[in-house]
Design a protein. Structure first.
Length: 418
């Protein structure tokens, strides 16, 4: 037997036999991590270390949960066959007791939990609704239902804010930001509903000095620009000049608005290096214009364009995040009105009750004594926090806690401290 195969067999044996050791399983795709979870649970049942009602197997998808449940069933059937044929561990002094334990587990498979982290959280919340602050009859929103509710709330929020002359909405519209432009940002802020987004204290920049500097730059640059800028030019300064001319014709009566100046300055937020062949024919003239225009534009960019746009973005960010946060609160209020929880609610409420309520935490730790997590690398911080709170040994009794997490690239044994 090769060294690698011997190491693999040793690792598999360790997973089946070290039933009260916390283990992290790292292995490549298709190497049998999920199968080993099933075999570990079945082995624990057979020797009397695990009880089916105290097992919780958390998976990433419903399909994976169904597959794991099936593999666990087959692993128990294999244990049952070994007990009947006498092919189980010869050192087992009580084969009849082993047989009875396996039979009992097979008869009570409905008491074994295997499901996604979200369904697991829903189960925990329904068991402790008062402490969690939820109604036991809540409904769970899937991704499609949550998306539909979010879209409806966002549309209603925008409509009502406009009709009421909401100051945040008015300021955003005056900044020439359309609510539609924030659709994707609203989705992001809702998906990350456990994250706070501080709006900051950005104030609008003063457009007057910025326009004076820009107007002075434009008049001076105009003295050196070609009479006609060809469409084929590859010079960023010339392309900016052509675009600026069109902008100026449209915006020249609104130059007192900070948003207009921001749009004009954004045009000049380009590279200062010119493409000389588009400016002159003689080498001497090309160099002269290069030495004149490049530092001239760079000065405008560093002293006016970049500072103004940075302050403008901070201001727009404050307006946008303030409005988006309020809309997110409206979506949460609508879910409460409908007595519905989305995936984020399930996770955050569960994490909060486990974190803040020691009585609930200990009761759930006692119930779910053996936790197995498939594809642990796919969990986010809140999901991992839930697993670790349940796996934490508050009572300091090392014989009542065991959990396994699987994923990654190779198989190792690790005692995980929570």
């Amino acid at each position: 037997m090769s060294k690698s195969r011997a190491s693999d067999q040793e690792s598999r044996q360790l997973i089946r036999e070290e039933l009260l050791t916390n283990i992290l399983v790292e292995a490549g795709a298709g190497s049998g991590k999920t199968q080993m979870l099933a075999e570990r649970m079945a082995a624990g049942i057979a020797v009397g270390v695990y009880q089916v009602e105290h097992l919780a197997a958390v998976t990433f998808t419903r399909k994976a949960a169904s597959e794991l449940r099936g593999r666990f069933h087959l692993a128990l059937e294999k244990q049952l066959l070994e007990c009947r044929t006498g092919s189980s561990d010869p050192a087992d002094l009580a084969p009849s007791a082993r047989l009875e334990r396996v039979r009992n587990a097979l008869s009570n498979l409905e008491r074994f939990f295997a499901g996604t982290i979200h369904s697991f959280c829903a189960r925990l919340l329904r068991e402790r609704p008062v402490e969690s602050g939820v109604s036991p009859g809540f409904t769970e929103l899937d991704e499609v239902q949550d998306l539909e509710l979010r879209h409806r709330v966002w549309r209603d929020f925008i409509t009502n804010a406009r009709a009421a002359g909401d100051p945040d909405m008015t300021a955003l519209l005056q900044a020439e930001i359309r609510p539609k432009d924030l659709d994707s940002a609203f989705a992001t802020i809702c998906v990350n509903d456990d994250v706070e987004f501080p709006p900051g204290e950005g104030e609008p920049p003063d457009p007057k000095p910025a326009w004076r500097a820009l107007d002075k730059f434009w008049k001076e640059l105009g003295k050196h620009l070609p009479a006609e800028i060809g469409a084929e030019t590859t010079c960023s300064i010339q392309n900016a000049a052509r675009e600026f001319r069109g902008q100026l014709r449209v915006s020249r009566y609104r130059l007192e608005r900070a948003s207009v100046i921001a749009s004009l300055l954004k045009t000049w937020n380009c590279e200062s290096k010119i493409v000389q062949k588009w400016w002159a024919d003689s080498t001497a003239e090309k160099r002269r214009l290069r030495d004149l225009i490049e530092p001239f534009h760079e000065q405008l960019k560093t002293t006016v364009v970049e500072p103004y746009l940075a302050q403008w973005r901070r201001y727009v960010y404050r307006l946008s995040v303030t409005l988006l946060t309020r809309a997110r609160e409206s979506a949460a209020a609508e879910r409460r009105r409908l007595n519905s929880l989305n995936y984020g609610d399930l996770l955050n409420l569960t994490a909060r009750v486990l974190r803040e309520n020691e009585t609930v935490r200990k009761a759930l730790q006692e119930k779910f004594r053996y936790i197995l997590v498939d594809e642990f690398q796919d969990t986010d911080p809140v999901q991992a926090e839930i697993v670790f709170w349940l796996a934490a040994d508050d009572s300091a009794k090392s014989d009542v806690k065991s959990y396994v997490v699987s994923g990654f690239s190779r198989t190792v044994r690790s005692s995980l401290t929570v």
